[in-house]
Design a protein around this ligand. Structure first.
Ligand SMILES: NC(=O)c1ccc[n+]([C@@H]2O[C@H](COP(=O)([O-])OP(=O)(O)OC[C@H]3O[C@@H](n4cnc5c(N)ncnc54)[C@H](OP(=O)(O)O)[C@@H]3O)[C@@H](O)[C@H]2O)c1
Length: 259
């Protein structure tokens, strides 16, 4: 079975199935990685936190306080931000609008006011955090999920990062994922990336290494049996959210930290 290289948005436009992640790449590194990726077949760059100068990119800014927590304006109604984004879309100034880190309770609230359904919802997604209920909700409403931290990210502190760099993120050395990799004669990273395309979601692996940027775009078709194993790992006690930035805000996911 050949896998899609693009998915259709609810606007009718196509979005490339694999995009390059850029979070925590150093400025010099990210320029090189993005330039290399664009020359090697990528035409989807996830540029949150950065200004790339690409006309198709969208700049997200999170003001951060000195203690590292996000500076959140609690008096602001997010549906007003969405209304303003809808205006941009309706005026033809942007091709599509979407959200990131939105859980079902928040989407249910937004749904009461939206006149444009978000095209995408970018969330942490991988076999340890498959978010089956959110996927079902978004599928039902025509919202495409985008998977961030698909490889298990980089670790949250210096020690984790050191271990991750030498041995790979925990997802990569999970025995079930390694078995599927061996069976399909591909790397664990390829299994983790391919999981999303086989599941019908966009995936955003980050790398600054040329070899990995190339190999991360080469996905493989996984059998129903392999997909069942990957989809079931979290329910077997391996559930794990890796990225819990200090938003200082309850994002409404069942496993989100309490304030
Ligand atoms: N909207 C949000 O709130 C949000 C939050 C988090 C992330 N994101 C987006 O999603 C992207 C991806 O998530 P992420 O950066 O957290 O983590 P990720 O893509 O899961 O993992 C990146 C780590 O995996 C390594 N890696 C990449 N390819 C590999 C391979 N083939 N084999 C072994 N290791 C490999 C990278 O190292 P090298 O670079 O050295 O290869 C890096 O250490 C981000 O970059 C960002 O664009 C969005």
């Amino acid at each position: 079975m050949s896998l899609p290289t693009q998915f259709k948005l609810n606007t009718g436009a196509q979005i490339p199935a694999v995009g390059l992640g850029t979070w925590r790449s150093e400025p010099g590194e990210v320029r090189k990685a993005v330039s290399f990726a664009l020359k090697n077949g990528y035409n989807h760059i996830d540029a949150a936190f950065l200004s790339t100068g690409l006309s198709d990119s969208f700049l997200e800014l999170f003001p951060v306080k000195p203690d590292g927590t996000r500076s959140v304006d609690r008096s602001w109604d997010q549906s007003e931000t969405w209304r303003q984004m809808e205006e941009l879309y309706k005026a033809g100034k942007v091709k599509a609008i979407g959200v990131a880190n939105w859980s079902i309770p928040y989407l249910e609230e937004l749904k009461k006011k939206w006149t444009v359904v978000p095209a995408v919802n970018q969330v942490e997604l991988h076999p340890f955090l498959p978010q089956h209920a959110l996927k079902e909700w978004c599928d039902k409403h025509g919202i495409l999920l985008e998977a961030y931290s698909p490889l298990g990210s980089e670790g949250l502190n210096d020690l984790q990062r050191l271990i991750w760099v030498f041995f790979g993120a925990p997802l990569m050395f999970d025995p079930a994922i390694q078995d599927i990799a061996k069976k399909n004669d591909v790397s664990p990273a390829t299994v983790l990336i391919s999981y999303h395309i086989n599941r019908g979601t966009v995936v955003l692996p980050k790398s600054i290494k040329e070899g990995r940027i190339v190999s991360n775009s080469q996905v493989t078709s996984l059998s129903d049996e392999d997909m069942d194993v990957l989809n079931g790992l979290a329910a077997q006690g391996k559930a794990k959210r890796i990225n819990t930035p200090l938003f200082g805000w309850d994002l409404g996911f069942d496993d989100w930290y309490k304030q």
